[in-house]
Design a protein around this ligand. Sequence first.
Ligand SMILES: CC(C)(COP(=O)(O)OP(=O)(O)OC[C@H]1O[C@@H](n2cnc3c(N)ncnc32)[C@H](O)[C@@H]1OP(=O)(O)O)[C@@H](O)C(=O)NCCC(=O)NCCS
Length: 379
Amino acid sequence: MNEKDIIPYRPGLEGVTAGVSAISDVIAAENRLIYRGYDIRELAKHCSFEEVAYLVLMGELPTRAQLEQFNRELLTNRELPAEVYNVLHALPKEGNLMAALQAGVATLGMMDHHADDHSHDANLKKAIRLTASMATLVANVYRILHYEDPVKPNPNLGHAANFLYMLFGREPEPLHAEVMNLTFILYTEHGYNASTFTARVIASTLADMYSAVVGAIGALRGSLHGGANEAAMEAMLDIGTPDRAEAWVMEKLAQKARIMGFGHREYKTGDIRAVILKDYVRQVAEQTGRMDIYQIQETMEQVMKREKNLFPNVDFPAAAVYYMMGIPIPLYTPIFAAARIVGWSAHIIEQHDNNRLIRPRSDYSGPRDLPFVPIDQRG
Ligand SMILES: CC(C)(COP(=O)(O)OP(=O)(O)OC[C@H]1O[C@@H](n2cnc3c(N)ncnc32)[C@H](O)[C@@H]1OP(=O)(O)O)[C@@H](O)C(=O)NCCC(=O)NCCS
C-alpha cells in the first residue's frame, strides 16, 4: 500500500466511512432515520414489526399477500428445537442473559445444515428463522434461568404480542402489545453501529450468519451500546422520586460520570426514535399509575439539555416503558437483540452478497529493534 493511500486514524473511527449499505440511513443533521428509503416516523405509525422486518430483509414493503406468506414463515419458525431447550436448561441459573442468548444462537447454528451456504436465498431463510426464534429464545431464556417452565409461542398473536405472552404466560394488554411492537420497530436497524459492524466483520471472513450474530450479541451487551437501556433504568431507580432527579444528575455530571440513555455518536440534536417513543412513556405511565417515572425522565431530560446540550437516545424511553410494563431489567438488552436481529441479518446478507474481507490497519505505537535477551539473562 502506498503512503498516500493511508487514511489517518480517528479515535473510535468517528466520521470514518467503513462501507456502503442500502439498508438504512441516519440523517443526523435532520434528525431523521430511514429504513430502505422509508422514514421511521411513517413506519412507526403504520406498520407491524413483521412488515418492517420484511422491508428491511427484502428491500421493499410487502403486498398484503407477501406479508401473509412472510407471517406464515415466521410462525413456522417460532418454536425452538428441543436441543436448544436442553442447552438452556444446562446453563448456570440466573447467569447473564446475553451470554445465554449467544449459547442459544450458537446451538441453532450447529443444527442448521445450511449454515455455511452463504447464497442470498439460504441466508434469507436463516434470517427469517432467526427473526422468528430470537423472541422465543429471549423470553424462554429468562424463564428457564429463573426456574420457570418455558412457554410455547401462541400462533394467534402477532410477533410483539406473542413475545409478551411467552414472557408473562398470559395475553398482553393491547397498549403493551402496541408499545412492544413500536420498540421492536425502533430497535430494528441503525446502520454501522458497533454490533452491526461486528457482525459484518465476522461475516466478511465468510463465517456463517449464526457466528456473526453471536459476535453481534457480545458487542450489544456493553453499556455504551445496547446495555444502556438497563443502565438507564438502574439510574432512574437510584433516583427514586422526581424531586431528587435534578440533584442526582448534577452530582453525576460533577463527578464526570456518563448518564446512560443520553448522547449519541451520530445524533447530536436528538434521536428521533426517542421522540417517537416519548408519547408512549406518558401513556403507559398514566395507564400503570407510574407518572413518577415519567416525571423523573422529564427532569433528567431538561437538566441534561441545560447542562450538556445532550438529548435522550432511544434507550432512555425504552427502559421506562419496559419497566412500567413489568419487564425485568436484565431483559432490556436481550429484547433489543430480538429486534436488531433483523438489521444484523440484513447486513450479513448484504456483506455476503458482495464480500470483501474487512481488515483495516493499525498504527504501531510500541518499540522497534529491541535487542533480544535470552530467557536466563532476563530480570
Ligand atoms: C453514545 C456515546 C458513547 C457516544 O459518544 P461519543 O460520540 O463517543 O461522544 P464522546 O464520548 O466523545 O462524548 C462527547 C462529550 O459529551 C459527553 N457525553 C457524551 N455522552 C454523555 C452522557 N451520556 N453523559 C454525560 N456526558 C456525556 C462526554 O463526556 C464528552 O464530554 P467532554 O468533551 O467534556 O469530555 C455517549 O454519548 C455515551 O456514552 N452515552 C451513554 C451511553 C448510551 O446511552 N449509549 C446508547 C447509545 S444509543
